[in-house]
Design a protein around this ligand. Structure first.
Ligand code: GDG
Length: 484
């Protein structure tokens, strides 16, 4: 960890992280509610920061209010380095806000897929009221000197709500998913309202410079009286009395955590292993990837019986019909390919539809010969970074979609592909499987260097430093930030 960017001088009195989901999910389906870790890129990135830094995490529990939960949450907070503060949602709020506006409007639109959007005004209305609910939760625990750090597309209007309550805080926002080009963004019926709301944050961080460009172009188009100027490496966006700093802050991982830990518990298979690890989501390009693997087997008979695809798919958004259909389509393709090419001693695809424990995941990363990370569009994709960090011997090949944010940083070492080009992905897979060791070493070293020198602590350190410096002047003076 680089202590330089993580110095005492920039640490606010307390950090309040706000995200839609807490790092824990509460399952109330059995006799007793159970608490379990949530899976996903946002939690993987933020949890080590809060463990290091302390503070409070506000978010939805994944359930409606239940009086038995207070003790469960209190016990969890008491035994962890930071506390969690729950927000509860009714079934109707979940349907309209989370399943509706977040996952059937903003998610597909921001991933460049407007035809998958369901522009229901009731969903947008619920987005507004749910953001207000999260703002109220912040208001109840906020103290002078806290930095409020809001995460992701579910909560773009929280700052506007807080400002509306007269709270002059330092409020920053990080956007984990892509920001679409203006031609796509402008199809949103509530485009100006959303952008105006978002500009109430002091600092808005995106994954890549391309997301920043898309955002600024959309603001210029939808809010024509906007002025944009440079502010160091970032941009200052001013409109209708608001002023927000905007910049790229590519998210990363706790590199050391993925280097250390147990050696593989998975017996080295007789075949080469290709690995895919994804949440179940149409943006992850899983059917296209299966088609590419099928083409590889079709074109290269010599690989049959010699290569196995391990595909881990973590269940996600199961209440949305489109996600259930995707699950069915993937299962169908897996069984077709296994039925077509499998033999009594070889199953071409080993498919896991569940979340597996972290140490087992690490074992998969360490055992694989090739990681196949081929989203159709992805904010960053930290699986690609986790794979590289885990390869302590500098062996293994990353086949990476050029449409993942990670391609900007890892492009020099990965085999970059267009995930829609099935032939090209099959061809890249063949190159990866036959790559000599010297080339593997050189490519992997390049990528590991990037991830090691920009880990999640650098990411959070530079973001927090800029957030503290871009907050309202009065608050900055109050916490006596060094260098002001
Ligand atoms: C969003 C953006 C952006 C996966 N399977 C298991 C498991 N995982 C963990 C991985 C990784 C995380 O989940 C997935 O990270 P991604 O980056 O792929 O993606 P999203 O959840 O879509 O997250 C994305 C990210 O936010 C961060 O900003 O990169 O672009 O869409 O950490 O290791 N973990 C365990 N078992 C599994 O089976 N324990």
């Amino acid at each position: 960890m680089d202590q330089g960017v993580w110095s005492e001088a920039m640490i606010p009195q307390r950090m309040i992280v706000v995200s839609n989901r807490l790092p824990v999910t509460i399952n109330c389906s059995g006799d007793q509610p159970r608490i379990q870790a949530s899976t996903g890129g946002l939690v993987t990135a933020l949890d080590p920061i809060l463990r290091q830094f302390g503070g409070c995490w506000i978010g939805w529990t994944g359930s409606a209010h239940d009086h038995r939960l207070a003790r469960l949450i209190g016990d969890w907070s008491a035994s962890h380095e930071y506390s969690v503060h729950p927000v509860f949602m009714s079934a109707a709020e979940k349907t309209r806000f989370y399943d509706g506006c977040c996952n059937q409007i903003i998610w597909p639109l921001f991933h460049g897929l407007p035809s998958r959007c369901c522009f229901e005004s009731a969903y947008w209305q619920s987005y507004r009221t749910s953001n207000e609910k999260f703002a109220r939760a912040v208001e109840t625990i906020w103290n002078c000197g806290d930095l409020v750090w809001v995460q992701d597309y579910h909560l773009m209007l929280v700052s506007q709500n807080l400002r509306g309550r007269g709270l002059d805080k330092r409020i920053a926002y990080f956007h984990h998913i892509p920001f679409p080009p203006p031609d796509i963004f402008e199809t949103l019926p509530w485009r100006a309202e959303l952008l105006f709301g978002l500009l109430h944050y002091d600092l808005i961080g995106f994954q890549t410079p391309r997301d920043v460009r898309n955002f600024v172009s959309s603001v210029r188009r939808c809010l024509p009286d906007t002025r944009v100027s440079h502010s160091g490496k970032n941009l200052l966006v001013k409109t209708r009395g608001l002023s927000a700093t905007v910049g790229p802050y590519p998210i990363s991982i706790d590199f050391d955590e993925f280097c250390a830990g147990p050696m593989p518990a998975i017996p080295k298979a007789a075949t080469k292993i290709i690995l895919g690890v994804d949440r179940l989501d149409y943006t992850k390009g899983i059917p296209q990837r299966l088609s590419a693997f099928r083409m590889l087997l079709e074109k290269h008979e010599e690989l049959r019986g010699r290569v196995t695809l391990f595909q881990i798919v973590v269940p996600s958004r199961e209440d949305i019909p489109e996600y259930r259909r995707l699950k069915f389509d993937i299962q169908t393709m897996v069984s077709e390919i296994n039925g077509e090419y499998g033999t009594p001693s070889w199953t071409p695809i080993q498919y896991f539809h569940r979340s597996i424990p972290r140490d087992e995941l690490l074992a998969f990363y360490r055992t694989a010969d090739v990681a196949l990370v081929t989203p159709l569009r992805d904010g960053m994709n930290i699986v690609a970074k986790e794979f590289c960090a885990s390869r302590t011997e500098n062996r293994g090949v990353l086949v990476l979609s050029e449409f993942a944010g990670a391609a900007e940083e890892l492009g020099a070492g990965a085999l970059l592909v267009n995930p829609n080009d099935i032939d090209a992905v099959a061809c890249a897979l063949h190159s990866a499987l036959t790559m000599n060791e010297a080339e593997q070493q050189s490519r992997m070293q390049t990528m590991r260097h990037v991830v090691r020198s920009h880990d999640v602590y650098n990411w959070a350190g530079s973001f927090i430093r800029d957030a503290v410096h871009s907050g309202p002047a009065a608050v900055r003076t109050a916490v006596q930030v060094a260098g002001d």
